[in-house]
Write a protein that binds this ligand. Sequence first.
Ligand code: ATP
Length: 233
Amino acid sequence: MLEVEGLEAGYGGTTVLRGIDLRVDEGEIVAVLGANGVGKTTLNTVLSGVLPARGGEIRFDGVRIDRLADRRIVEAGLIHVPEGRRIFPNMSVIENLELGCYRRGRANRAANLERVFTTFPRLRERASQLAGTLSGGEQQMLAIGRGLMGEPRLLILDEPSLGLSPLLVEEMFELIKRLNREGLAIMLVEQNVVQSLEIAARAYVIENGVVALSGAAREVAADPDLRRIYLGL
Ligand code: ATP
């Protein structure tokens, strides 16, 4: 479904990604892990068409998307939920959700909204409330809900558990599993290594701008290199 080959990216004179290879297949949860500052957000920004790639290829359903505008990538069904939630605090919950309706989601707007409200009953209760008044966990739900409004086929989640209490982190991972069971492919970019590896089928660990470790999540979890990468030993 998503294929990334030899991807290079950076800022000015700095190279962050030095040839990343990874793929996400239909219906999979794939974890992309890496220590702080390794370039996970940079990878997502390139995948979503916001930062241009400096080299390599990105294909979605076999079609190159690394030269497409961000809007076209969303319309193809690859939707990125950014870290830090990036909701619009002075707009209501429902207005924020409607912003997630691109050309793809618009025809089924009402059905998509109903699906989001069924998934997140809290958002239904708070539909007319200003988004900035939601709790951190609710804002995270809103960000994911907004992503769902565009009818993704692959959802890229950037640190969805960041800043949540342990209980909400549990709920977030349950939700990700549920969305996946409903047929959505998910690329989970996380710092939370243990829980991500529990729900993912496969995983990639980035170090020094390349994939240093990859394979079945169970194997990655047991790999001694994982500790070395995270503890920097
Ligand atoms: P974290 O998990 O801490 O968010 P990350 O793995 O997502 O980190 P990135 O945010 O992609 O890492 O950053 C990778 C490197 O690129 C860092 O050294 C960072 O300082 C640098 N960087 C990120 N954004 C920019 C930018 N807009 N301009 C210049 N350098 C940047």
